[in-house]
Design a protein around this ligand. Structure first.
Ligand code: ZN
Length: 258
């Protein structure tokens, strides 16, 4: 797909610091968290999402796949059914909603169809904020999910793109999560205090067996709790979760030195 400069500039301006400063913070936000696998968005951004849901904002998880592979004792079909139940319970704990994509773990298609699917979810939910994976990952589904989410924001905004749903141009921010699998070139940029949301986060993520133990050897709970403490210390809080933004979102335009 070829895009004119005016389209690119319009997309870039949506993410610019100057425009972000005008975001309607007091209005009810709708935050859409797009993850490759059920559990990805909860572990890395669940405390922020719990905090906003508690404040009255609408929070929706879009799990593109269930993440049904990799259980040493269950078949993908059985573990997928379990992951779906766990995802629904995890969302319910923090007062969020959940939407499931139709894709298979490890086989998330890097295609226009996947982008159109996510764009249609955006058109229907009309999010003010979108949370996605960082672009560089050791897991191919995460990298694809990141590119898909970013491109879907654009596709959802264009009136010329054929869809059953009207275009949505009200997305103020795309934020990328700090995930242990997506470390390469990730640089924390936005620090969000989650001190009062950490208990809700733990109750949310422990709905998943892979967090409680017995599926993966990675110490998820300890890692993300320690990371929240480290980021909290850096941000001047007790606990914090961090996000990166697109490079052009780091632009600051000021009339004099701040
Ligand atoms: Zn994942």
């Amino acid at each position: 797909m070829r895009l004119g400069w005016s389209v690119w500039l319009a997309v870039a301006s949506l993410a610019s610091a100057a425009v972000l400063a005008q975001a309607p913070d007091k209005a009810r936000k709708t935050i859409l968290a797009v993850g490759a696998h059920a559990g990805d968005m909860e572990v890395a951004a669940g405390a922020v999402l719990a905090k906003h849901a508690k404040a009255g904002d609408r929070v929706v998880f879009l799990h593109l796949t269930l993440g049904e592979g990799g259980n040493p004792t269950l078949s993908p079909a059985d573990y997928g059914a379990q992951k779906r139940r766990e995802a629904e319970a995890a969302a319910k704990v923090i007062g969020a909603e959940v939407v499931f994509g139709p894709y298979k773990d490890g086989e998330l298609p890097d295609t226009e169809e996947t982008r159109r699917f996510v764009a249609d979810v955006i058109r229907q939910l009309k999010p003010t904020h979108l949370i996605a994976h960082w672009k560089k990952s050791l897991h191919k589904d995460h990298s694809v999910a990141s590119a898909v989410a970013v491109d879907a924001v654009l596709l959802a905004s264009l009136a010329g793109v054929t869809s059953r749903y009207p275009p949505h141009r009200g997305l103020w921010r795309v934020l990328f999560t700090e995930n242990w699998e997506d470390r390469e070139e990730f640089s924390p940029y936005v620090y969000v205090e989650v001190t009062d949301a950490l208990d809700a986060w733990e109750k949310c993520v422990t709905q998943y067996q892979f967090i409680r133990g017995g599926v993966s050897s990675f110490p998820y709970l300890e890692y993300y709790k320690a990371l929240a403490r480290v980021r909290g210390a850096e941000g001047g809080f007790t606990f914090a979760e961090c996000f990166d933004v697109q490079p052009w979102g780091k632009k600051q335009a000021v009339r004099a030195l701040p």
